[in-house]
Structure formats: C-alpha cells, structure tokens
Design a protein. Structure first.
Length: 263
C-alpha cells in the first residue's frame, strides 16, 4: 500500500539515474510487454539517484530454498539486509520499502550479497513518492496558524470588553424617565428638565423676596433663564402656577386667598 499523502512516480529500470554494476541480464516478463533486470552473481550492485520522500523496489521473489541476501543503503547510511523467502514467490513483490525521508534528492545502493542456486535477484521497477499537493499542513505551519487564530480571538475579546464598558458608561450618563407624584404613568418630561423644574420651585421658596403692594396684593418675582425650554408650564399644588420661558423668565406664584395677581 502506498503511503498516504504522497504521489507515486514510476522510475524505469532503464533510467539514466540508475547505474548497474556487475553482471545483469534483461529478462522478459511473461504475459507483459516489459522486461526486468536479473543477476545470479554475488557482489552485483545497483546505484541510483532519486527525488522525493521515499522509494520502493519492486521485483520477483524466486522459488527455491537457496539463500538470497541483499543489502539496501539509503544516502550512505547503515545497510539494511533482507532475505527473500520463497513462501511468497512471484512477480510484482515489494523487495524494499524505505522509510519517509525529507523531500529532496537521495541515493539508494543495492548490493547483492548472496544468491542461491536457481534463485536470481530480479528488479522490475522503482517507485518514488513525492508529497501530495493536498497533503496535510506541516506541524510548524499548523502551530503558526493556531497562534494567529488565538491572537485574533484575543483582539475580538478586548474589543467586545471595550464596547461593553463604553455602553455601560453611556447608560449611567443617561437617566431614565422620571415619574411624577404618585401617578403610574411615565412623565413626558425627561429627568434633567424635571429636576430643574423641581429645584426652581424649592429655590423660589427659599430665595425670593416679597413685597406687598398698596392694594394688599402679595407678589413674588424671581427671574430665571432656562435655555432648555421655550415655554413650559407645570401645575403643582392647588392653583399655584409656575411658568418658564427661554427669555429672562419671570416665575410667579399666586396666593389663592388674594383677589388678583399682578406682574
């Protein structure tokens, strides 16, 4: 089975990248329009260059009981010895399968150590494996991607916290609508203006000066400027009336026991 995440590329046994040393003979493959290279001489060898991340040697497992020992060496490293058993005789067998290597240029040396009587070493083809374009992202790239995602998530959280604080501050600054007296209906006057009106009435009682006219009328005057209102009138207790306007407003209270009001 081919390794997952790789594309297989067949390398012909007649490729210029393959060099044979010793005694090798072309052997026709019955039933196929192709041939293989076979040797019965000890110390015969094959040396090849290949590009990719792995290589596989495909050939024939001959019948017989004689010893067939071959060494495989990747990139000048430690040789790996294999013994071909006759229990799985036939063509198109995997004679050698390399581990996954770093993608790039590599070498493979095949040394035939020993062949038994009637048991030749036969090579049909080579198969190399290159990383597939759809192969999984390398671990270091995945770590970088995870780091970027966590950074973006952190920025989003900070932004949400900032917006939440701004909205909370805005709600604190904006007062809810105020209720008048014991009524259950909401006032049509927003809280800042209503507070201003109530403070006017209290201030009026504490700071106004009184004078009694010659006709015995009680008159109280207290000019005040309110830039928020054009003309606004609120009935408070009984017949007492408080009036405001955007000009220098004369706030007048009327005593219900006197006959007439004069301004």
């Amino acid at each position: 089975m081919d390794p997952s995440g790789f594309q297989a590329v067949l390398l012909s046994i007649n490729s210029s990248e393959v060099v044979y040393q010793g005694s090798w003979a072309e052997t026709p493959i019955s039933g196929q329009n192709s041939f293989a290279y076979s040797t019965s001489i000890n110390s015969s060898s094959v040396f090849l260059h290949f590009s990719g991340s792995a290589i596989r040697v495909i050939g024939e497992v001959p019948s017989g009981d004689g010893l067939l020992l071959v060494n495989y060496t990747l990139d000048g490293g430690t040789p790996k010895s294999t013994k071909l058993q006759s229990s799985n005789e036939g063509l198109n067998h995997v004679l050698f399968d390399s581990p996954i290597l770093s993608n790039g240029q590599h070498t493979l040396a095949i040394d035939v150590v020993c062949t038994g009587i009637g048991r030749n070493y036969t090579i049909q083809s080579f198969k190399t494996f290159n990383p597939s374009p759809c192969r999984q992202i390398p671990s270091h790239s995945m770590q970088a991607l995870v780091g970027i995602l966590f950074s973006l998530l952190g920025l989003i959280i900070v932004f949400i916290i900032f917006i939440g604080r701004r909205m909370r501050q805005d709600r604190i600054q904006i007062k809810p609508l105020f209720r008048l007296g014991n009524t259950k209906e909401k006032s049509l006057v927003p809280y800042p203006i209503l507070s201003y009106l109530q403070s006017e009435e209290t201030d009026l009682q504490a700071t106004t000066h009184r004078k009694v006219s010659q006709k015995g009328r009680l008159e109280t005057a207290h000019p005040r400027f309110n830039p928020l209102l054009d003309t606004f009138e609120v009935n408070t207790r009984g017949s007492r009336r408080v009036s405001y306007s955007t000009a220098a407003t004369l706030v007048t209270t009327v005593d219900p026991f006197l006959e007439k009001e004069e301004i």
